[in-house]
Design a protein around this ligand. Structure first.
Ligand SMILES: *Cc1c(COP(=O)(O)O)cnc(C)c1O
Length: 378
């Protein structure tokens, strides 16, 4: 038998154009924030549809910066879905706030507002809807919920570039919308993040916080405490090229997603996570909800296909069990309080959808999945 192929979970789509753009920046002898950052930011604002935005070194720090600029800190609680990448929760901890985990919807796996409702305390100050796996949370409902409880909204749109909810780009609904340009995201600059916002005062605050508490470089008089959240112009030059390919990237991802749907249509008992209501989808991964998902992942790995589980529920994270052990306020860490998140973790697995994935590779992956179920219980 020939060696099985080796299909990774993700692969960025970089080429000659990105290489040329990066070397052009180096040739100018100015690689710190400069004209490419200004241009990339302008394009991002056009796409997202907010008048303002600032860069951060990565998505996690974009979230932390947004929370900080909104005044979130010790004693404040932030509602965060139990199923997300841990960076969402760690950003809250980084600013001294308490992440309160919220179960997810059993159909969309996005934050469940009915569960959130039961978790409101006098300390609840913000909600962080996460647009998970490339489709949007129900932002109309989130906005109504936030209004009712006087909460700030920080959208975690790290996986949401190109995703629209009721014709509006995600990240434009909340007080702040945060994005990531890590290498597995739809648009990548290696590392990188962005905070989009509508309020000029918040924008001003974000600018001071990210640049050592001053408006512009060159002055050593600092009216405020601030930090360094800057990026480089090389990253922005790469980002500009990536954004110019966005339509192609999205089309490829959707095409690949459709291949999976087509090839798996006959297989009973499995479901592919679809676009949430009123939202488009730019598949971040192909999320398959299937019986014996973890066994299937092992089987796929033996066949040369890298799959991943759905994100491990926050309430089960060993780091949080330790962290909340001696804290006065803490989220519940009991499985019983997060039935949908637990079911999602048990049944969900992520299949690759990166733009360079080929038709024959998807056919191969699906063939392995079908074979796994045909074999039945080992
Ligand atoms: C990637 C990601 C982050 C963190 O972004 P980084 O750039 O890796 O720090 C946060 N939340 C979600 C949902 C993500 O997918």
């Amino acid at each position: 038998m020939s060696d099985p192929p080796s299909i990774p979970q993700v692969e960025p789509w970089l080429g000659e154009e990105e290489a040329i753009a990066a070397s052009k920046v180096i040739a100018t002898n100015w690689i710190s924030e400069g004209p490419n950052c200004a241009a990339f930011s302008e394009r991002l604002r056009d796409l997202i549809g907010t008048p303002y935005g600032v860069f951060a070194p990565n998505g996690t720090l974009a979230l932390a910066l947004a929370l900080m600029a909104l005044g979130l800190g010790p004693g404040d609680e932030v509602l965060i879905p139990d199923i997300t990448f841990i960076g969402s929760a760690n950003a809250a901890i980084m600013v001294g706030a308490t992440p309160i985990f919220v179960d997810v919807d059993s159909n969309t796996y996005q934050i469940s507002l009915s569960h959130a409702d039961a978790l409101i305390t006098p300390r609840t100050r913000a909600i962080m809807p996460v647009h998970l796996y490339g489709t949007a949370c129900d932002m109309e409902a989130v906005q109504a919920f936030a209004m009712r409880h006087a909460l700030k909204i920080v959208e975690d749109a790290a996986q949401g570039i190109g995703v629209f909810y009721r014709e509006r780009h995600v990240g434009s609904f909340g007080d702040a919308g945060c994005f990531s340009f890590f290498s597995d995201k739809t648009v990548t600059t290696g590392e990188g993040g962005y905070v989009a916002c509508r309020d000029p005062g918040l924008h001003e605050h974000l600018r001071f916080l990210r640049n050592q508490g001053r408006q512009n470089a060159g002055s050593f008089v600092h009216p405020m405490i601030g930090y360094n959240f800057r990026i480089t112009d090389v990253q922005a030059a790469i980002g500009l090229v990536q954004l110019s390919k966005l339509d192609k990237i999205i089309a490829r991802k959707r095409e690949i997603h459709a291949w999976y749907q087509q090839d798996l249509a006959e297989l009973s008992g499995v479901r592919i996570l679809a676009a949430a209501p009123n939202s488009t989808v730019v598949p971040f991964r192909c999320v398959l909800l299937a019986p014996r998902a973890h066994e299937l992942m092992t089987f796929l790995s033996q066949r040369g296909v890298q799959s991943r589980s759905i994100f491990y529920p926050m309430h089960r994270q060993p780091c949080f069990a330790k962290w909340f052990d001696d804290k006065p306020y803490a989220p519940s860490l009991r499985d019983d309080d997060y039935p949908n998140a637990v079911a999602g973790y048990e049944h969900g697995l992520c299949l690759p959808v990166f733009p360079t994935l080929r038709r024959d590779q998807v056919a191969y992956i699906v063939q392995q999945i079908i074979e796994f179920y045909d074999r039945g219980t080992p």
